[in-house]
Design a protein around this ligand. Structure first.
Ligand code: CTP
Ligand code: MG
Length: 227
C-alpha cells in the first residue's frame, strides 16, 4: 500500500512531488514498479489526496492490480484509509500482511523488499532502516546540549511490513489517544511490539527537498546499469 496523499510542502513545487517527472516517468510510477512486478504481492492500494487530479491521468492507473482510495490530512490517517481498503480487498484471506511504502521513495530495490518479507513476516513485523553514520547532537536553542550515542540509532525507511489486523489496531489506538505517529513501526511500538530492523540501502531516499530529485535520478541510473 502506498500513501500518496501528501502535498509535498517541503518540495515547494506547485505539483505534489509524487507526480514530478523523473527519468521519463512520474516519481510515483518508479515507487510503484517493484510492487507491481512481484508475484508475492496480491494487490496494490494507492492512497490519494481528496483533490488529486493527476493519478487517473497516468497510464499506470489502469493497471489491473491497482486500486485507489482517499487519504486524510496526516500520513497516519492516509495509511489507515489504505489499510481499510486492503482489508476489503483481502477479506477472503486469513493471515494478511501489508507492506506500507512511501510514494516519495522511488529508488527502493526489490531485493530489499524481499529481504524484509523473509525476515519480518511475523507478529512483530519490521521495516527497512539504516544505522546512523554521523555523530548526533542534541540541540537546545541552536547550541549543542549533548552528544547522543549513535551506536543504537537507526533511520527508519519504508517499506514497513506488518500484519494487517495488528497494524490497523495499533494505528487506531494511536489515533484514539491523539498520538501523532510518523511511521507504522512507532504505532506498533506503542502497542508493545518490537519491529525488526532490516538493513536497507542509502539509495532508498525519501524525496523531500528539491535537491533530492537529482539524487534520485542518480540512484535510478545506477540501478539501471547494475540491476
Ligand atoms: N502522505 C500521505 N498523506 C498525508 C501526508 C503524507 O499519504 N496526509 C504520504 C506522502 O504522499 C508521501 C509519504 O506519505 O508519499 C511520506 O510523507 P512526506 O515525505 O512527508 O510527504 P509530504 O507530506 O507530501 O511532504 P511534506 O511533509 O514536505 O509536505
Ligand atoms: Mg509530510
Amino acid at each position: 500500500m502506498l500513501p500518496a496523499a501528501g502535498g509535498g510542502t517541503r518540495m515547494g513545487s506547485a505539483r505534489p512531488k509524487q507526480y514530478l517527472p523523473l527519468r521519463g516517468r512520474s516519481l510515483i510510477e518508479w515507487s510503484l514498479a517493484p510492487f507491481l512486478e512481484s508475484e508475492w504481492i496480491d494487490g496494490v492500494v494507492v492512497v490519494l489526496a481528496r483533490n488529486d487530479t493527476e493519478f487517473q491521468r497516468l497510464p499506470i492507473a489502469r493497471h489491473p492490480r491497482i486500486v485507489t482510495t482517499t487519504g486524510g490530512s496526516a500520513r497516519a490517517e492516509s495509511v489507515l484509509a489504505g489499510l481499510e481498503m486492503v482489508a476489503r480487498r483481502a477479506a477472503a484471506f486469513e493471515e494478511v500482511y501489508a507492506l506500507v511504502h512511501d510514494a516519495a521513495r522511488p529508488c527502493v530495490a526489490w531485493s530489499d523488499i524481499e529481504k524484509l518479507c523473509e525476515e519480518a513476516a511475523d507478529e512483530q513485523g519490521g521495516l527497512l532502516a539504516l544505522p546512523v553514520s554521523d555523530t548526533l547532537k542534541q540541540a537546545r536553542k541552536g547550541k549543542v546540549a549533548g552528544t547522543v550515542d549513535r551506536e543504537s540509532m537507526w533511520r527508519a525507511q519504508t517499506p514497513q511490513l506488518f500484519r494487517l489486523d495488528l497494524l490497523t489496531q495499533a494505528l487506531r489506538g494511536c489515533s484514539e489517544q491523539g498520538l501523532a505517529v510518523t511511521d507504522e513501526a512507532s504505532a506498533m511500538e506503542r502497542a508493545g511490539y518490537e519491529p525488526r530492523l532490516v538493513r536497507g540501502r542509502e539509495s532508498n531516499i525519501k524525496v523531500t527537498y528539491p535537491e533530492d530529485l537529482p539524487l534520485a535520478e542518480f540512484w535510478l541510473e545506477q540501478q539501471e546499469n547494475s540491476p
